[in-house]
Design a protein around this ligand. Sequence first.
Ligand SMILES: [Zn+2]
Length: 215
Amino acid sequence: MQYPKDSRPVGDLRSNMDAYGISAELQNQFTRSITFHGITAPGVFIAVFMVDYCLELLGAHPRERLYAISETYRCVPDPVQVVTGCTFGNHRLQVIPIGKFALTMNRPADTPETEGVRVYVDADKLKDFPLINAWYTHSPGFSSLNMIYPLIDEILKAGRDILSVQRVRVHVPLKQSWKSVRCSSCGELVPDMMVEGKVCRGCGPASYYEVISPC
Ligand SMILES: [Zn+2]
């Protein structure tokens, strides 16, 4: 299959956004998310639409206290952090790496379970968007060297048309009480539930470095 190749710089996308009726607020979210992400990645644009869809389904304001679960580390976490303020650092963003462009969001709850909304890239709907389909399915016919502009253009044109939504029930993680203990190997402090045997995970199964020398 022949796909259109880049003929314009990515910077020209702004006029396309106006032409597709994308709101100034959403355009601002694209800009902030791309700046945060560091490169003009197609997945960031899809993820901005996903976040916007979730917020609308929840009837929530972007700065409301919400929780988010992304099903991939790729792109999706960044617009979630930029737009909603759910971050890794404040524990309101979690990644469960299933390998899907999917995002679930919910409000806080005191109960063990609560209702949320899940937005995902729908394989059936991708059939109407050949470039997005080729990129998303990692087709050998797609070249990220010279098809990025037409791809992003197709993503902007598609908007929510490649997404489907579900109402879902999610588990609310319970707050655990903990005390601080010293690892018997490295001597550093860790929460007690992070100790296996008498050693911290850094000295055990999650070991990822060897000390060369103190600095
Ligand atoms: Zn240790």
